[in-house]
Write a protein that binds this ligand. Structure first.
Ligand code: SF4
Length: 151
């Protein structure tokens, strides 16, 4: 039997998540609980949703992917104020996200594509050429990764 392709849960907005729950016979308020867990508690595994019944946690894990990005390398600047993470995507492509600390704020530079078509000669990403656009969930996941580090 073919394995079900699991959707990346961060690709769904709240109405889409509620719709997915409804189609599977799950009450909509459970979707809101999951939403809170993902974006307030910053959970990234069905096991962390301990307030949900075990069968629901198992169902979540069976139809949704909770991690598309695998942190592969982390580079810190010499002053420790900049942190660059290289993530691997499931298709083997690599992307980067960079967190920069300033006196009064922090800035996060995230990727929206794997590779880049601009070809700036000083840039390693540009030398790769354009590979593909990221899904909205893959972009959101970069933000959540750093939100967990900063909390
Ligand atoms: S190739 Fe140029 S535009 Fe593209 S990521 Fe690098 S610096 Fe930015």
């Amino acid at each position: 039997m073919a394995e079900t392709i699991r959707r990346l849960i961060y690709d769904l907005d709240l109405p889409e998540l509620e719709q997915a729950f409804k189609e599977s016979g799950q009450p909509a308020y459970r979707a809101k609980q999951v939403w809170q867990g993902l974006y307030h508690q910053l959970w990234n595994s069905p096991d962390q949703f301990s307030s949900l019944p075990k069968p629901l946690r198992e169902w979540l894990g069976s139809i949704f992917q909770f991690q598309n990005l695998t942190p592969d390398q982390v580079q810190l600047s010499s002053d420790g104020e900049t942190r660059k993470t290289l993530f691997l995507l499931p298709d083997g492509r690599a992307i980067e996200a960079v967190l920069m600390h300033y006196d009064r704020r922090k800035t996060l530079c995230i990727s929206t594509q794997a590779g880049c078509a601009m070809g700036c000669v000083f840039c390693a990403t540009g030398q790769m050429g354009f590979k593909r656009h990221l899904s909205s969930g893959e972009i959101v996941e970069q933000v959540l990764y750093y939100a967990r580090i900063l909390r």
